[in-house]
Design a protein around this ligand. Structure first.
Ligand SMILES: [Fe+2]
Ligand SMILES: [Fe+2]
Length: 244
């Protein structure tokens, strides 16, 4: 895998593994602060590369908080390796994630944040957003960093290729193309459109994020609300054609 590390917003570093066989990047985010936070651990097999990438920025043993959206190996596969390396690290999660899978998986206790509950890490202030089934998974949550207006939005806006670390150009078109490719293959119906999806997307839009720190593809800098509105329209349209 091809690895790149770049600061995409103040003290927010995108650590991207490009997997050529899948033509996707898998992005982890390190937020440098008094209490550093890692969002997504990446796969277990990526741990060596991810931890050495973190080491370029901070001592990985200093990671204090680890977050992810939903229980999948690209989100949290290396969680136990991280907990063994960063002994003061605590996993943050919504109540469903902690109760259904996480506490058992780590053999410990996650710090549960309720919907909209804040976590201050020094200069940064995060807010956990409970988003069941968005992008997918009952346990799904997203994370919003309020000071820099960065939304950690997991698989939303997933797009293919090995594009630049951060773009200011449209990411809705590439995300739509990928959803259409998924619809025709074994990964169809990855992101469901439910009776709550439009309201959940609108809540994200109203946060007015200036950075979208997404998991697969380029991070986006600019009017994040406009991108979220565009993605909502795409999802609604594809759902109406049974393609979501
Ligand atoms: Fe996922
Ligand atoms: Fe993912």
């Amino acid at each position: 895998m091809d690895l790149s590390v770049q600061e995409i917003a103040a003290d927010v570093f995108r650590i991207a593994h490009y997997a050529p066989q899948l033509d996707f990047t898998f992005n982890q985010y390190l937020v440098r602060d008094e209490a550093p936070l890692l969002y997504h651990t990446g796969f277990r097999k990526m741990f060596g590369e991810t931890s050495s990438a973190v080491r370029r920025i901070i001592d990985p043993a200093r990671i204090r908080w680890i977050g992810y959206s939903h229980f999948e190996p690209d989100e949290c596969g290396a969680l136990n390796q991280w907990l063994a390396l960063a002994l003061d690290a605590v996993v943050i999660s919504g109540a469903v994630g902690a109760g259904v899978v996480l506490d058992d998986y780590i053999g410990g206790v996650a710090r549960v944040l309720q919907d909209d509950e804040a976590l201050v890490t020094g200069a940064k202030r995060f807010r956990l957003l409970s988003t069941p089934h968005l992008p997918h998974g009952w346990d799904a949550t997203l994370l919003f960093e309020e000071v820099g207006a960065t939304l950690f939005c997991s698989d939303l806006f997933l797009h293919a290729g090995n594009p630049p670390a951060r773009v200011e150009s449209d990411i809705v078109g590439p995300a739509r193309d990928q959803l259409i490719r998924f619809a025709a293959g074994p990964f169809a119906h990855a992101t469901p459109w439910t009776t709550r999806t439009a309201a959940a997307m609108d809540r994200l839009r109203r946060l007015e994020p200036r950075t979208l720190a997404l998991m697969h593809g380029s991070a986006f800098g600019g009017n994040g609300g406009k991108m979220l509105e565009g993605l909502t329209d795409v999802m609604r349209d594809l759902a109406s054609k049974d393609m979501l």
